[in-house]
Design a protein around this ligand. Structure first.
Ligand code: ZN
Length: 368
């Protein structure tokens, strides 16, 4: 798989200059290619529109060898595209660049290298960077939608964030619980909140979930974000064996574009999706569930109504209806029997959809 991803863009180029005969056979009998050139493909996510918005699949936090990542920027793009993402941000650290002596670059280089590959494959590339200060006291922050990462490289941590903000940057407080025992708001972050310098927050990063941060996002009106923060390969090693899913942020946008994503982030229309769990503001969560699940009565007998629940999207829902727990897999249907006495409502709680610290979404489903 690694080799195939590496060669994705090289293959695209070579396809246009080789002559392909009937049945896909190369016309040169002395140089035959196996497997055929179309061996690399994209796994697509499917979602219905939510309240008129398109669902855009995004990873806003990734690294390349231009900070402490292990891959070249075009590989990040190819990996995102094959993984079904619509948008990617490469957020190389400003302050931590261990391979710098081997490269001749500035803070914009990874974006510049990735851009043509992203355009060629239709992936939206959002310019970003990670402001990386002492985790225990100051923390790490992604600045997205910036215009130039170089002027953000200033000594004073707050001035750095202000510089990003002045470029129109969208500021995310990254992994509030990483490398510390618990999640807490220190003096520095309290000051940033006071000055409205933080727009979004990671409720999930890589393989860490911060339940309390969901409630901070609700209480302070922040946009909820889930990211991979990938440095090596996505989905490899132990993570892959344990069924790891790349964490992504589902953005409910008016249009599938950088501008559309930005408008949605500014209005906190996101669903953080990680390891078959979801987190969102309650109004967004309700709209997302309503759009994704269709409810139809298929039969009734002397005791029960028989209800078909169909999931029209790519996430999994775990729903407690009355006292029973159901799993409704992606793009699937289940049948639920409901006593006639319960009327035309399924009293439902979405057990894998967080809307506050340790609180999941209660949202009744109705049928006719
Ligand atoms: Zn990072």
């Amino acid at each position: 798989m690694k080799l195939k991803i590496l060669s994705l863009f090289a293959l695209t180029l070579s396809l246009s200059i080789c002559t392909v005969g009937v049945n896909g056979q190369n016309l040169n009998p002395n140089k035959v290619t196996y497997p055929e050139y179309s061996a690399v493909y994209r796994a697509n996510f499917t979602f219905p529109q939510v309240n008129g918005y398109k669902v855009v699949v995004c990873d806003f936090h990734t690294h390349t060898m231009f900070s402490d990542g292990l891959v070249w920027p075009t590989l990040r793009v190819a990996e995102a595209w094959t993984g079904g993402l619509d948008a990617l941000s490469i957020t190389d650290h400003i302050e931590y660049r261990p391979y710098r002596k081997y490269t001749n670059n500035d803070h914009n280089t990874s974006y510049e290298i990735a851009l043509s590959a992203a355009r060629n494959s239709g992936l939206i590339l959002i310019r970003g960077t990670e402001i990386t200060r002492t985790q225990k006291t100051l923390g790490h922050y992604n600045a997205l939608f910036i215009k130039d990462a170089n002027p953000i490289a200033v000594e004073d941590p707050k001035a750095s964030i202000v510089a990003a903000k002045n470029q129109g940057g969208f500021i995310i407080w990254n992994h509030p619980g990483w490398a510390v025992d618990t999640t807490y708001i220190k003096e520095f972050q309290a000051d940033l909140f006071k000055d409205k310098l933080i727009d979004g927050i990671e409720v999930f990063n890589n393989s860490e979930f911060y339940p309390r941060v969901v409630s901070w996002a609700v209480d302070m009106g922040l946009t909820m974000i889930a990211t991979s923060d990938v440095h090596g390969n996505v989905e490899s090693g132990t993570l892959l064996e344990k069924g790891f899913k790349r964490p992504v942020t589902l953005v409910l946008a008016k249009e599938k574009s950088a501008e559309g994503i930005r408008e949605a982030l500014d209005n906190r229309r996101t669903v953080a999706w990680f390891q078959n769990m979801l987190a969102a503001h309650e109004d967004v969560a309700k709209q997302f569930v309503t759009a994704n699940i269709s409810v139809t009565k298929v039969d009734s007998d002397t005791k029960n109504n028989w209800i078909n629940l169909t999931n029209n999207g790519s996430v999994v829902f775990k729903i407690r209806i009355n006292k029973q727990l159901y799993t409704l897999p992606a793009l699937s249907s289940i049948i639920v029997a409901q006593p006639l006495a319960n009327g035309n409502v399924l009293k439902s709680n979405f057990e894998n959809f967080f809307i506050y610290e340790n609180k999941t979404l209660a949202h009744d489903l109705y049928f006719n």
